[in-house]
Every structure is written in C-alpha cells, then in structure tokens.
Design a protein around this ligand. Structure first.
Ligand SMILES: [Zn+2]
Length: 471
C-alpha cells in the first residue's frame, strides 16, 4: 500500500523524508503534467467484463470511538467469515504493531474475542512489537468450506505521535488506517501469517469485505474515511457519529480533524471529497480538482474507477501518500503522489495482491501509472530497468528501503513501460484492462499477469527479463 517517495537521481537514491513513489522525483523537469488530451471513453475492456465480488466474502462491521483524549480509539469489530477452504481458526493482522520505527507509540491490543464458536485466542509474534503482529482466534470445531462463523473482537488502539504513518496524531488530525485487526485470509490459499519486515512498505494480505464503519468523534471534528459516508448524526453529548458503507473494502482508513472539505463528482459519477486543515498549502477545492483529473486520466487507461466514492484527507505533515480502499492519506500536496495513490485503487484496492509475497503487483503498477500523467524520459526508464535484481522479489528479500524502492517501484514501473513499448501500446493497454477486470476483487498473482499477456510474447519477455515473471 504505502508508497514512500523514493527517487532515482542519476543512479543515486534520494530517499525523501517520507512516503511517495516512483521513478519519480527523478528529474524535476519531468514533473510537469503531460499536455491534456481528451480521455478515451472509460471502458471495461473487451474481455468478459469486470468480475463481481465473491458473494461469500467477509462481512465486517467496525464500531469505533475516538476518545476525548484524542489518542485512544476503542472499538468492536464483528466479522462474519465464510472460508473457501476448511479452517479451525481466524487470523488477524495487527498492522499498528509493526516494527517500522515511525510507528513508535502506536499499539493495537485485542481486549476480548467473542463468538459462539470461539474456543480461545492469543497473539503470535510475527516479528512485530509487543503484544504481537497477529491475533489468532481458535474455533471449537473446524469450519468446512462454505460454512460461516461470526466473531467479535473488542480492541483498543493507541495513536502514536507519528507525522506520516498509517496511524497517528499530529497538528489537529487523528487518523488510523489498518487500525483494526485485519482479517488475513487469502482465498484459495489460507491464512497469511507473513512476518513483518523493517521496511517502509506493506506486508498485509486481506480479502475484499462487505464493510460498514461507524465512528464516534467529538462534534467539532469531521471524519473522512473509506466508504460512502452518510451525513453525520446530530450532536449528542458533544459527539457525532459518522457512518459509511463500502461493499468491497480490504481495509479501512479513518481520518478525523477540523477539515475544510470540498466534494465534487467525476464525469464517471465518482463522488470525491477532500479535506484540508485551514491554511493548508492547497485549498480543498483544488485538491478535489486534482483528484478528479487523476481519476479521469487513469480511467481512460484502466477502465472504470473501482469505487463509488473517494476521500482524500490531507495530513498536516509532508511525506507522500498511503492508499486505502476508497480513501487516501495524503501527506503533502503533491500531484504525482496523488496520481500514484489513485492508481492504487485499481492495483491493490480492486486487484488485490499479497503485499508481502508480490509487492510489485501493486507498487510497480501504481508507479507505471504515474507515467500516464507525468511522462518519464527514456533515459530515466532505461536507468531504472538496469537496476540489478528481480522485480518480483518478496518483502523479505530486501536489505534496505532504497533497494526495495529501486527494484519494486522504479524498475518494476520501467519494466511495465518497456513491456508496453515492446507489445504495442494498444494491445498492451487492452490486455491490462482485461487483467484488471478478470481479477477484480480477488488477490491476484504473477500468473494472472502472465495469463493476461499470453498473446503478447514480447511483453512477457520484458517482464521475465526483469524478474517480474517466471519463465
Ligand atoms: Zn504505492
């Protein structure tokens, strides 16, 4: 998910203070947007059409309260889970407990696990901080494939002081993304117990879930979150409750603050709401216009935007962006980062991946998508493609953040550009739209990419050469 801002500057790595993207900061001269071209008609491609979400996907209800101390979030998560393989447990990933140094001070504790089928529960370490990176709920009896169970977890999340992280509190904004226990099921595979790694990138795998979110917050503050938000409740005891629904959310982001907001609807009917603090570098109206432009430009290439809504809260510190289903935590008013994060709505949000095993399936594609709006010179792309190592490496195969960004983002994005060049833009774009549609709301694998490009051997050769795909 997260996209730290990594850059290539004449071969040297320039790691800016936080998160962002890409080929990217490469050459300042390349940062000017491409000349506006009329977007092509958004299309679902010439394939079988966009796949529907699994009707047996998890149903998640999140009921949370930001305490008056503005540092503590208490809540209950109710999950109706119907596995497609037999299992005797439920495994949740506790992302805020990860080892990323910037998470210092964030802590997610499960206070209780309840349910008719629950026999016990406890933490597993998984390389995370105390109290652990995974929470495992054991069931009294194994579930057969297709058999449902309902489990409720009470939890307490402490917001650290991070300026740019998934969870934090800074400058009058309080936010938590991946802030609740995250159901770590990979359909067709099983539980994702991947270890946390000390890199500024995501390692979670989670299925699209039919999700309802309720947030109680002090009445003076507004909420911008994942999902289609209803009007907040009338104030009561100094609080308002904000509700949203997102039928296909892999995860949830919530930001609370004294935002100025601006809403507008895209040509394709996507309702965009951005929020900035008073005095921010960019007014909300302008940030909304940027977001609408990014949606239009990316729809022309990848087909219809995946969600009915998109919220973009601007965090007070600079740094980059972190993508969540139908919501983006944007840290710094940067159009290129915004394009990258909007592209993640297709690659990560809709076409999911194991961010531990196959991080290139979201990061290389989101980086590639930047070039639709911010063209990359042949020289820059060539340098990125020359980076040693395999694009398709897992998160445990990198020693440094710089190595991860250079290979997965920059080389991966450059490999996709080169594959397009080799196959011919029209044929490549059509095949990629079919990939997106065929794998919507699933967790895709490199084999799915290879299948989508099977009639374009020149593109396959480029991706094999870059170590993105196997021979
Ligand atoms: Zn990214």
């Amino acid at each position: 998910m997260r996209s730290r801002r990594a850059g290539l500057l004449l071969g040297a790595v320039l790691l800016l203070p936080a998160c962002g993207t890409s080929f990217v900061d490469t050459l300042a001269a390349e940062r000017s947007p491409a000349p506006q071209q009329p977007p092509a008609t958004p299309s679902d491609g010439d394939c079988a059409g966009r796949a529907e979400p699994d009707p047996d996907r998890p149903v998640v209800e999140l009921d949370v309260r930001l305490a008056d101390d503005l540092r503590t979030v208490t809540g209950t998560e109710t999950v109706v889970f119907t596995p497609d393989l037999p299992t005797g447990e439920l495994v949740f990933r506790l992302v805020p407990n990860g080892p990323d140094p910037a998470t210092a001070g964030n802590r997610l504790v499960v206070d209780a696990a309840r349910g008719d089928d629950v026999a016990g529960s406890g933490y597993e370490d998984a390389g995370a901080e105390d109290p652990g990176g995974l929470y495992v709920v054991r069931l009294a009896d194994r579930l057969a494939a297709g058999e449902a169970t309902e489990v409720a977890l009470d939890f307490t999340l402490t917001l650290g002081q991070g300026g740019f992280e998934r969870v934090g509190a800074a400058g009058g904004v309080y936010w938590w993304a991946s802030g609740a226990p995250l159901l770590a099921w990979e359909p067709g595979v099983g539980w994702a117990r991947d270890p946390f790694v000390d890199l500024p990138g995501e390692t979670a795998t989670s299925p699209a879930a039919d999700t309802t979110i309720r947030v109680s917050a002090p009445e003076a503050l507004s909420v911008l979150m994942t999902g289609d938000q209803a009007e907040p409740s009338a104030p009561r005891d100094g609080r308002r409750t904000w509700t949203s629904v997102e039928p296909v959310a892999r995860d949830v982001s919530v930001a609370v603050g004294g935002f100025d907001t601006a809403s507008a609807t895209s040509d394709g009917g996507v309702e965009v709401t951005t929020g900035v603090l008073p005095g921010a570098d960019v007014p909300a109206r302008e940030l909304t216009a940027w977001t609408l432009a990014a949606i239009d430009e990316l729809e022309a290439r990848f087909g219809r935007f995946p969600y009915a809504t998109l919220t973009v809260p601007l965090l007070p510190d600079d740094g980059g962006g972190i993508e969540y289903p139908s919501s983006i935590l944007l840290a710094g008013a940067d159009r290129l980062v915004l394009v990258h994060e909007v592209a993640h709505m297709w690659f990560y949000g809709m076409v999911g991946d194991s961010q531990f095993r196959d991080p290139w399936l979201d990061e290389a594609f989101a980086t590639y998508a930047e070039s639709i709006v911010f063209p990359v010179s042949e020289e820059t792309a060539g340098q990125a493609l020359d980076t040693p190592g395999e694009v398709g490496a897992g998160m445990d195969e990198f020693d440094t953040a710089g190595g991860y960004f250079r290979r997965v983002y920059a080389k991966g994005g450059a490999a996709l550009l080169a594959a397009r060049e080799a196959a011919g833009a029209e044929a490549f774009d059509a095949a990629l739209r079919c990939y997106v549609d065929a794998n919507a709301w699933t967790i895709a694998t490199p084999d799915d990419v290879a299948r989508a490009l099977q009639d374009l051997p020149a593109a396959l050769d480029v991706l094999i050469e870059a170590g993105a795909l196997d021979e």
